[in-house]
Design a protein around this ligand. Sequence first.
Ligand SMILES: Cc1cc2nc3c(=O)[nH]c(=O)nc-3n(C[C@H](O)[C@H](O)[C@H](O)COP(=O)(O)OP(=O)(O)OC[C@H]3O[C@@H](n4cnc5c(N)ncnc54)[C@H](O)[C@@H]3O)c2cc1C
Length: 377
Amino acid sequence: MAGSIKRVLVVGGGISGLTLAVALRRRGIEVDVVELAPRWNLLSVGISLTGPTLRALKSISLIDECVGVAFGFDRIVFADAAGNQFSQLNMPRLSGPDYPAAVAIARSALHEVLIRASERLGATIALGVTAALLDERGDAVEVTFSDGRSGTYDFVVGCDGFHSTVRKLTFHDVPEANFTGLAVWRATMPRHKDVDSMQMFYGPNTKAGVNPHSRDEMFLFLVQPIRDGQRLPPDRMHLLLAEQLRDFSGSVMSHARECVNDPAKVDYRPMNSFLLPSPWHRGRVVVIGDAAHATTPHLATGAGIAIEDAVVLAELLASDLSVAELLERFMARRFDRCRLVVETAVKLGEMEKDKTIPIQAHFDLMSATFRRLAEPI
Ligand SMILES: Cc1cc2nc3c(=O)[nH]c(=O)nc-3n(C[C@H](O)[C@H](O)[C@H](O)COP(=O)(O)OP(=O)(O)OC[C@H]3O[C@@H](n4cnc5c(N)ncnc54)[C@H](O)[C@@H]3O)c2cc1C
């Protein structure tokens, strides 16, 4: 029996919002997406999509398009600051033998796949618009948009990221995000010929890594302990990152240091972590993705759990369950799993700051968490 949810408003056209639009359209539900940005601002920096994320994308028939514009790999290599490998994490192919265990992909390439699929499947997307007012009336939500239009929806989903407006409009007493005491640097550069999977390098003060997101390009990341969310001079970003990279040697990291020569291509951000207490819904409004849980990138899984949220929510919205039942099942399937990611990522960051903890302990925690995340959702 088809469910009672026929029309959904998705607020936010990021990774979770567009994945939800695709997943809902695949199940025949009408979808409007409103995105605050007046035009798509697609970052070329790369992102990793782990095995569970690819599995979720496969369930909504998006895996081929994503893998087609990404770089696949089956292992993460762990090395010291001089580039000597001391361990390797072999990851299972959760989507079957024909797909890699994980990929790295340019954010812009992922976004283009999601936009194309949403539009092809009939979702409408309005740019430069947001939901200004949400008024729940019985079994519908009346929405007033920032451009003066209005609409009636069976359900509204806030996919509007860490600073979510839907969360502010809907929830009271939301806890503050936690500043982790870490910042992450990222830069895109030509791929070193030996980089064919994610590689991590543990230095005396920082952890760095590289990941190939296409045949020609890879991205560098470096995680640095900091005291506060200090602002850095935009015109010196490349010099400051190159300085951090002096702790590392070996051909890959030397190549990375040489390539860091343009301040405009360096991204730096202090890292916060946030978990909205359960439940993530009030009436017929729910928040998913970073609006509900924002994690540091230590497990490369923030977008992954946002994509999973979207897939699970679409499945339940299309079911014949009552709204109360489907939301209860949604929280049962999502909360502990997302908490595991958020809390473990914080723990890995804390371990990086404490130089008395052996690197093997980081590796063990990461491996154990990936094993748990491989379980079905
Ligand atoms: C440095 C860094 C590295 C990361 N690396 C990885 C990785 O390798 N792998 C991984 O899985 N995850 C990674 N993540 C996490 C990942 O980027 C996020 O978890 C993911 O982008 C969350 O998607 P989202 O759609 O929920 O939110 P967002 O990506 O923030 O998208 C929200 C969208 O909503 C729009 N919006 C905001 N406000 C409104 C409004 N009021 N109305 C309408 N629209 C609005 C925004 O413009 C945006 O388009 C990383 C994060 C960081 C910071």
